[in-house]
Design a protein around this ligand. Structure first.
Ligand SMILES: [Zn+2]
Length: 309
């Protein structure tokens, strides 16, 4: 039997979150925390979601507006500038990261990748105003001498999800791809392309930056955090690959069920995933926060990716 409770089996207590995964506390009266990243750039977070602000002489650029704290964004902006919001950058189209844009008011220039722009046009959601500037590969935003380099690196998490680099501050923001100190959200953070998301994590590891902003969890990330996620993904791929190679479909299935291919494969996939989880647990359950919460999803997703894609 697996040591980690399978999907659908509720347990009384999840594994403790390691101290290394924790960040500075959020003042509950404010509902957000500002972290100075240098030269007018700040991270805003409620220790669950993360966005950024870039203040320059005539205005403020807002990068993502997570609805969990977007009602506090006007106060956060007032802490760092008395100027209006002139630009909004969307990391990608998902509502949980940009669905608070309406709460900024005004008519800022909204910048996103083309895929994000057409999704938002299609969805016609008043919470996520349609971008006014859409780019394909690269876009450099220069405001009051401050620079953000936006670039598209293909499909990983979602088509249109971009890399946002502040070269002077040596900050890189890529959302829903690296989770410093934590197990990624279920199924590779519901990546539309699992192997694409994996290779983007490797790309991030090889880039030059000092502080990483991932859009989630309690703190910013370091190169060590990204290297840890690369190592975890490699171990996960190896464990799922070995489990697929050593497991035979149909073993132990009731003879009467052998004409039910869905049942035969459900049984097969279950055994592959159990082996994958048990292989990874000893090394990783104390190294990544919430390992036990999502390891079943990750093994299922990798098994599916390696077998089908
Ligand atoms: Zn997303």
């Amino acid at each position: 039997m697996p040591e980690i409770a399978p999907i659908g089996v509720r347990i009384g207590k999840y594994l403790d979150v390691p101290t290394a995964a924790k960040g500075p506390p959020v003042d509950p009266k404010k509902g957000y925390r500002l972290q100075d990243l240098g030269d007018g750039l700040y991270m805003v977070t409620d220790n669950i979601y993360q966005s950024m602000l870039l203040a320059y002489d005539k205005g403020v650029v807002v990068i993502d507006t997570p609805p969990t704290f977007s009602s506090h964004l006007p106060e956060a902006i007032k802490e760092i500038s008395s100027q209006p919001v002139t630009h909004v950058v969307y990391s990608h189209a998902h509502k949980d990261h940009i669905g608070g844009t309406h709460s900024l008011g005004g008519t800022p220039i909204i910048i996103a990748q083309e895929e994000t722009a057409w999704r938002l046009k299609r969805d016609n959601d008043p919470d996520r105003p349609i971008p006014t500037v859409a780019f394909k590969d690269k876009y450099t935003l220069t405001v009051g001498g401050k620079v953000l380099d936006l670039s598209y690196h293909g499909v990983g998490h979602l088509p249109g999800n971009i890399f946002i680099s502040a070269p002077k501050q040596k900050v890189l923001m890529v959302v829903d791809t690296v989770f410093p100190g934590w197990m990624p959200w279920r199924r590779f953070a519901v990546a539309q392309d699992v192997l694409g998301s994996m290779s983007q994590v490797e790309e991030i590891a090889n880039m030059d930056w000092k502080t990483f902003v991932g859009g989630h969890v309690e703190r910013t990330g370091t190169h060590e955090d990204v290297d840890t996620q690369v190592a975890f993904y490699h171990d996960l791929k190896d464990a799922a690959g070995q489990a697929l190679a050593s497991t035979r479909p149909g073993e132990g299935v009731d003879a009467a069920d052998m004409k039910n291919p869905w049942a035969v494969f459900d049984n097969y996939v279950d055994r592959v995933v159990v082996q994958c989880v048990n292989t990874l647990a000893p090394k990783w359950q104390t190294r990544l926060a919430a390992f036990d919460v999502y390891i079943w999803d990750q093994c299922f997703s990798m098994e599916q990716t390696l077998r089908i894609e």
